[in-house]
Ligand binder design. Structure first.
Ligand code: MN
Length: 232
């Protein structure tokens, strides 16, 4: 038995819809660009180049539904509404044909992004970590088991800020559907139970301010709401 020098931090976790149990989080992978219209709004030409990934710390995930602090070091905090895949069965070199067998469930998440730091990182050839991986940067709605969602390949994905719709697209617009994302990700890392994959955001991203209310949803999966609190 391992004896630690001090008590380890609690295991990060996220709520499960309709259950008292929580989903323990191992790692958080995020797809960089997965909707052509969003790629274009970020100044990129969307072709079917292989998707690229970045990560957030597991403890960047927080339960949606309440307030999330406006993070430090930014004046340009952006929302990115995304379908989140929760992995229940691990593996590596997973085939596209078998990828969905590894899914535990789905949810809606918001990939909060310090866009000003990201722009600076891109310009200077630096990593995206500080733009993407800050505390409370990944609010996620309670996960819904796959038995209730099926595997959503189409359906509306949308987000409103203070009641005004800002993102409104369809999962079918994803350049790389979920089975491809799981398969490709699993060629680089061994996926394990507890991994979350944020699958990219559609067009319409923009800045939010303390006090703003973000509300969205994914048809057939779940809704999500977050209110931005004053700076942490
Ligand atoms: Mn994103």
């Amino acid at each position: 038995m391992v004896r630690y020098a001090f008590s380890p931090a609690p295991t990060p976790s996220v709520a499960i819809d309709g259950s008292e149990e929580r989903f323990p989080i191992r790692r958080v992978f995020c797809v960089g660009r997965n909707y052509a219209a969003h790629a274009r709004e970020m100044g990129k030409d969307p072709d079917r180049e292989p998707p690229f990934f970045f990560t957030k710390p597991a403890d960047a995930v927080c339960d949606a539904g309440g307030a999330v602090p406006y993070p430090p070091l930014t004046d340009d905090l952006h929302f990115e509404m995304e379908l989140v895949v929760a992995i229940g069965t691990g593996g590596h070199d997973i085939s596209v044909a078998h990828a969905l067998e590894h899914v535990w469930g789905y949810s809606a998440g918001i990939d909060l992004t310090r866009r000003d730091l990201q722009a600076e990182a891109k310009e200077m050839g630096r990593p995206w970590d500080w733009a993407k991986g800050f505390d409370f940067s990944a609010p996620v709605a309670p996960l819904v088991p796959v038995a209730r969602t099926g595997h959503p390949a189409s359906g509306r994905i949308h987000l409103a800020v203070n009641g005004e719709t800002r993102q409104d697209a369809d999962l079918a617009d994803q350049i790389w559907p979920v089975p491809d994302i799981i398969s490709i990700c699993s060629r680089s890392v061994r996926l394990a139970p507890g991994d979350l994959i944020f699958t990219g955001t559609p067009a319409g991203v923009g800045a939010v301010l303390p006090g703003d209310r973000l509300e969205g949803g994914i048809a057939g999966v779940t809704g999500i709401s977050v209110t931005l609190a004053p700076r942490a």
